[in-house]
Design a protein around this ligand. Structure first.
Ligand code: SAM
Length: 236
């Protein structure tokens, strides 16, 4: 079943049932699972009755130090799975630095596709999904953020960012001050009980969020020049 020494595996972003059969088979058959938080991944494994697995932590603070040891052990025959707390490893999550080490040492690796907030939000946003730009988390500094938001408004593709619930009202207000009519979407709590897509112009969403600041995990999507001007709507 396992064809590669190291498998990077997408895991659920909120709904535990969103995991592929192949992901479960590989998690079941590897020797060691690298994960951001052993407790969090332990709960997912317990849910699928995957027991007695060796778990090692791999997070942003130790990935660089751990990567050479994982590569050495993989070359010696140990089989690894790598998961993050949610979604696709490497996408605003650990994974990239380990992949650099595996490439350098010529250790084989593969990726098992599955949930990722960016792709889920893109399709659900109703904004054009034929061409898009994703830049991970928006910068906190207002000057750098404004530069990115302006570029998103001027672009011919959809732009996508992860954002904190603590900064979302300020961010959408800043976007509305650049272009109040730009079509956008804030996709919240995807795959979870309170999943909501807030779709509309920047000024409509800014006004709604100023009255009722949203909570939870969220993705901001900005339509750019080719996006149709949308009627405001929320789907939950
Ligand atoms: N690796 C993950 C992926 O593939 O989507 C992203 C991890 S990043 C550390 C976490 C951010 O992704 C959150 O702050 C939020 O912006 C976004 N996110 C993750 N899960 C989400 C969900 N269920 N709904 C909305 N946004 C989500």
């Amino acid at each position: 079943m396992i064809e590669y020494p190291v498998s990077f595996i997408a895991s659920p972003i909120g709904n535990r049932e969103d995991i592929t059969r192949r992901a479960l088979e590989v998690l079941q058959s590897v020797d060691t699972i690298c994960c951001e938080d052993t407790r969090h991944t332990g709960l997912l494994l317990a849910h699928y009755e995957i027991r007695d697995k060796k778990l090692i932590s791999l997070h942003e603070h130790n990935e660089l130090q751990r990567a050479p040891d994982i590569a050495t052990r993989a070359l010696a025959g140990e089989r690894f799975a790598v998961v993050s707390d949610a979604g696709m490893p490497g996408v605003s999550d650990p994974g990239y630095r380990l992949i650099q080490e595996l490439k350098l040492r010529e250790v084989g690796f593969t990726v098992l596709p599955g949930p990722s907030a960016v792709i889920t939000a893109l399709v659900g946003s109703g904004l054009p999904c034929d061409a898009f730009f994703f830049a991970g988390f928006l910068p906190v500094k207002s000057g750098r953020k404004a530069t990115l938001l302006q570029a998103a408004v001027d672009a011919s593709h959809t732009s996508i960012f992860y954002e904190s619930p603590y900064r979302i009202v300020k961010t959408i207000t800043a976007l509305a001050s650049i272009d109040p009519d730009v079509p956008c979407c804030v996709a919240r709590e995807l795959t979870k009980k309170f999943e909501t897509y807030h779709r509309g112009s920047a000024s409509e969403i800014a006004e709604a969020f100023t009255k009722h600041p949203p909570k939870g995990e969220m993705v901001v999507l900005i339509g750019g020049q080719n996006a149709p001007r949308l009627q405001s709507s929320s789907t939950d």
